[in-house]
Design a protein around this ligand. Structure first.
Ligand SMILES: Nc1ncnc2c1ncn2[C@@H]1O[C@H](COP(=O)(O)OP(=O)(O)O)[C@@H](O)[C@H]1O
Ligand SMILES: [Mg+2]
Length: 342
C-alpha cells in the first residue's frame, strides 16, 4: 500500500523553506537572480513542491536544465544542496550510510595496543594473560569479557564511525535541497527504497536508531527518461516535463551565461541548435540533438576563438562542441550551409 503523504508539524512552520518564498512569481524572480530562467509553469510547480513539502520529479531530454534547476533552487531558497548521483547498481548504503570499516579496524587496533601494554602498578594487579594475544587487552577480570566486548562493539557503531551519505544527511540537516539526479539509471529496488524515504522522511539505522527529518527536505528528482519510473513514485511527486526552451528563452539563457556575446553570434548559434532539434531539418533527425548545455558550450567556444559570426567553415571546425555522435556529425556537416541559413 502506498504510504499517505505526511503533513508537517505546525511548530516547524517558521523554519520551512516554503515560508520564505511568497508566490510562484517570487520564486521565478529568485531563480532568475541565480541565473536560471524558469518559465511560468516550471516556477509554479517548483513553488508548489516547496510549499506542499512534496518531491519534484523533473523529466526531459539531457541538457534541458533539470540538474541546474535543483542547484538554483538551493541558491534561491538559501539552502545547501545535497546531491545523490544515481547509477546502475546504486543501493541504499550509497544513499544512506556506511560504516567506516578501515577506521573501525584502526580503532580496534588502538584499543588492543593500549590495553595490552602493561599497566603501571604492582605486578599482581596486572593482567595475567599471555602478552601479545589480543584477548589479553580486552579482559580485565574474570567474567567481564562479554560485557567488555559489547562495550567495544558499541563504541564501533557510533556517529564517529558513520559515513553519512546524501539522503541521510538531507534528513538530518533539513531544511536542505536534496537532488536525486538521474533516478532512471537506478533500478526498481532503489526506487522502492527512495519512495519509502520520501513518504516517511525517516530511516532507521539498526545500530543507532531512527533518524527523522525535523522538516521535509526540498527534494528534486531528475530523469532523462531512459526508462519509465514506477507509478507509486510518480504519485508521491509533483511532475514537470522540461522541454527544450524556445528561441527567445534560449537566447536569454545564452546571454545570462555569456553576457558579452555579440548579438549576431548568439542568435546564429541558438538558431542552429534549435534547428538541429527539429525533425525534417536539413540534417535529418539526430540521435543526440544538442541540449541547452551544448548551445552554451558552442557559443563559449566560438567566443574563445574570437568569432563574431557563425559561418560554415567555423561551424564545421567547432561542431564537436555541440554534436557528439559520429553519424549526427557527418550528417550535420554535410548540411551545414542549409542548417545555418537564416
Ligand atoms: N532555464 C535555464 N536557465 C539557465 N541555464 C540553463 C537553463 N536550462 C539549462 N541551462 C544550462 O544548461 C546547462 C545544462 O543543464 P543541466 O541542468 O545540466 O541539464 P540536464 O540536467 O537536464 O541534463 C547548464 O549549464 C545550465 O546552467
Ligand atoms: Mg542533469
Amino acid at each position: 500500500m502506498e504510504p499517505t503523504p505526511q503533513t508537517e508539524p505546525a511548530h516547524l512552520a517558521g523554519r520551512r523553506p516554503s515560508e520564505t518564498v511568497a508566490s510562484p512569481a517570487d520564486l521565478g524572480t529568485r531563480l532568475e537572480q541565480t541565473g536560471y530562467l524558469a518559465d511560468g509553469a516550471l516556477a509554479t510547480i517548483a513553488w508548489l513542491a516547496v510549499r506542499m513539502g512534496r518531491p519534484l520529479l523533473l523529466e526531459g531530454e539531457p541538457g534541458t536544465g533539470k540538474t541546474a534547476l535543483a542547484e538554483s533552487l538551493g541558491r534561491a531558497l538559501d539552502l545547501p544542496v545535497l546531491r545523490l548521483q544515481c547509477y546502475e547498481g546504486i543501493d541504499a548504503s550509497q544513499a544512506l550510510y556506511d560504516w567506516d570499516f578501515p577506521r573501525q579496524i584502526l580503532h580496534l587496533r588502538a584499543l588492543e595496543a593500549t590495553r595490552a601494554a602493561p599497566a603501571p602498578g604492582p605486578p599482581e594487579a596486572r593482567n595475567s594473560a599471555a602478552p601479545g594475544l589480543p584477548e589479553a587487552g580486552l579482559t580485565t577480570a574474570p567474567g567481564s569479557a562479554g560485557t567488555d566486548l559489547a562495550a567495544v562493539e558499541d563504541q564501533l557503531f557510533t556517529e564517529r564511525f558513520l559515513l553519512a551519505r546524501p539522503v541521510l544527511r538531507a534528513l538530518r540537516d533539513a531544511p536542505v535541497v536534496l537532488l536525486v539526479d538521474e533516478i532512471d539509471r537506478a533500478d526498481d529496488e532503489f526506487e522502492a527504497f527512495l519512495l519509502e524515504v520520501l513518504s516517511t522522511w525517516q530511516v532507521s539505522i539498526p545500530e543507532l536508531g531512527t533518524v527523522r527529518a525535523p522538516t521535509p527536505p526540498v527534494v528534486v528528482l531528475t530523469s532523462n527518461r531512459t526508462r519509465d519510473l514506477h507509478d507509486a513514485l510518480k504519485r508521491r511527486c509533483l511532475y514537470h516535463w522540461i522541454d527544450h526552451p524556445g528561441l527567445e528563452r534560449e537566447l536569454q539563457i545564452v546571454r545570462r551565461h555569456l553576457p558579452h556575446i555579440p548579438d549576431l553570434l548568439a542568435e546564429q548559434v541558438v538558431l542552429a541548435c534549435q534547428r538541429l532539434r527539429e525533425g525534417h531539418q536539413p540534417a535529418g533527425d539526430l540521435v543526440k540533438p544538442p541540449g541547452v548545455a551544448e548551445t552554451i558550450d558552442w557559443a563559449r567556444a566560438l567566443l574563445e576563438l574570437g568569432a563574431v559570426d557563425l559561418d560554415v567553415e567555423t561551424a564545421a571546425a567547432t561542431l564537436g562542441v555541440a554534436v557528439k555522435h559520429r553519424d549526427d556529425a557527418e550528417r550535420v556537416r554535410a548540411a551545414l550551409d542549409r542548417v545555418l541559413t537564416r
